[in-house]
Design a protein around this ligand. Structure first.
Ligand SMILES: [Zn+2]
Length: 450
């Protein structure tokens, strides 16, 4: 939350040299305007406090770039404040930061935040949680990991070997955004064959923001937290537990929306995706893909059921276009391959939906048995899959009931041997198999065997 930064009477000087500080306790990077604020009494108190902390050698705020403690100075004329380094020996590049790359600035800020109390506390919690679980060996805090090839090195917060084979590092993220650091670390451990697991202290609100987004969305929408609570569970169960927060997609009003979930989960139940450096509990991508397919299937069905008897391009073009857009947005490129006006496809879809709903779809018939006759008369190449659909959707009894004259039973007696001997007329036409498998997943397996 940003306080007092934009209000007119903020007591910060215009264009201060130091614009941000690192809070040594929380590890947060705070805008100077936020810590100064607009309350004169408060800022005077803060000024005394900061100097007291520095005297005790426990500085509260440090410069994000050079990590030197800073204190507040008041400009006499305007009674406005700014931050100044306790040691100004030119080591800080705060005034020449234009020469520093963003990556370097970020790396410095990141390392500064690592010196905070909160960060130290987190390292301890993680290391102790690992010690509770006998499968973690060689547990080490801030041990240098040297690259064999490039002379590069990293100092992960916590390192361990899991199950005698997975070299895993835990990196703590406290509160701000360090996308470059994240990407760079991911690349480093990927090259080195190590697995990187980001750990958070807390998540503000129910929704991951800022830095968390970068890790969150790149980690299959899962992120992990460690705390006294997870340490307690780990100790009790002698097995590493972390709190996982994740998005679970659900369909609501024909849209996929994300719901926020969290649970304390055992580490050994997580999926390790070395290639993409992902560790997750819930497979968001997979579930979302499934739901997207389901949604597309439902949309198509709705469209078909309401339009099939009147498939006139002009009248339904807008609706059809929306459907096509939806499919292409989700990379389901079926409409580019199929002509919905193709008589064979239309008949096949009508027959299968008829079987599914137990009533004629797309024909002005009254009974399902009439569809069966229609298929045998005009679309023998789809009779096998139609017959299978009748079975899958539990329509066999209905067909028997509707066949009071026994005509259908007679037909079946005639064509069954032909089908069994692979008569050409009854050979399944697989032109639309892919589309049918998509729309009727319950038939997919059978289609492959026809
Ligand atoms: Zn500095």
């Amino acid at each position: 939350m940003i306080k007092n930064t934009d209000v007119e009477n903020n007591l910060t000087v215009i264009n201060p040299e130091i614009t941000e500080v690192i809070d040594k306790i929380s590890g947060a990077i705070l805008p100077v305007k936020e810590i100064i604020g607009s309350d004169y009494d408060k800022v005077i108190k803060l000024r005394v406090e900061l100097l007291t902390f520095i005297k005790r050698n426990e500085p509260r705020y440090i410069c994000p770039l050079c990590h030197t403690p800073v204190y507040l100075v008041c400009r006499h004329k305007t009674r406005h404040f700014f931050c100044r380094h306790t040691i100004d020996d030119g080591r800080c590049t705060v005034d020449t930061r234009g020469n520093m790359s963003e990556a370097e600035i970020n790396a410095r800020k990141y390392n500064g935040a690592k010196e905070s109390e909160a960060h130290k506390q987190m390292k301890k919690i993680i290391a102790e949680s690992l010690k509770a679980d006998g499968r973690f060996k060689d547990i080490a805090i801030e041990q240098v990991w040297k690259s064999q090839e490039h002379g590069e090195w990293k100092k992960p917060d916590v390192y361990a070997i899991f199950d005698d084979r997975i070299r895993i590092v835990f990196e703590i993220q406290l509160s701000t955004t360090f996308l470059r650091v994240i990407v760079e670390r991911k690349e480093f451990y990927l090259k080195e064959g190590g697995l990187l697991c980001w750990i958070f202290k807390e998540i503000k609100e129910e929704y991951p923001r800022l830095m968390q987004d970068d890790i969150f969305y790149n980690n299959n929408c899962n992120l992990f937290l460690a705390s006294e609570e997870t340490l307690h569970v780990s100790n009790k169960q002698k097995r590493l537990f972390l709190k996982c927060c994740w998005f679970e997609p659900v369909i609501e009003n024909q849209e996929i929306v994300n719901t926020w979930k969290n649970e304390i989960v055992p580490f050994d139940q997580l999926t390790f995706d070395h290639e993409q450096q992902r560790i997750f509990f819930f497979d968001y991508d997979c579930e979302k893909h499934k739901l997207t397919q389901q949604l597309a299937r439902e949309r198509f069905e709705q469209f078909w059921l309401s339009n099939n008897s009147n498939l006139d391009l002009d009248e339904i073009s807008q609706e059809l276009q929306e459907l096509i857009d939806f499919f292409s947005k989700h990379n389901i490129l079926l409409f580019t391959q199929y002509d919905l006006h193709n008589d064979g496809l239309t008949s096949l879809l009508n027959a299968l939906y008829s079987a599914k709903y137990g009533k004629p779809i797309g024909y002005k018939f009254r009974k399902l048995i009439q569809i069966a006759h229609q298929m045998e008369n005009g679309h023998k190449k789809y009779l096998k899959i139609f017959g299978w659909a009748l079975r899958i959707y539990g329509r066999d009894e209905q067909i028997k009931r509707e066949d009071s004259s026994g005509k259908w039973a007679n037909k079946v007696d005639k064509f069954r041997p032909l089908m069994q001997s692979n008569d050409e007329k009854y050979q399944h036409d697989g032109s639309f198999d892919q589309f049918i498998s998509f729309l009727f997943p319950e038939l997919a397996e059978r289609l492959g065997k026809l």
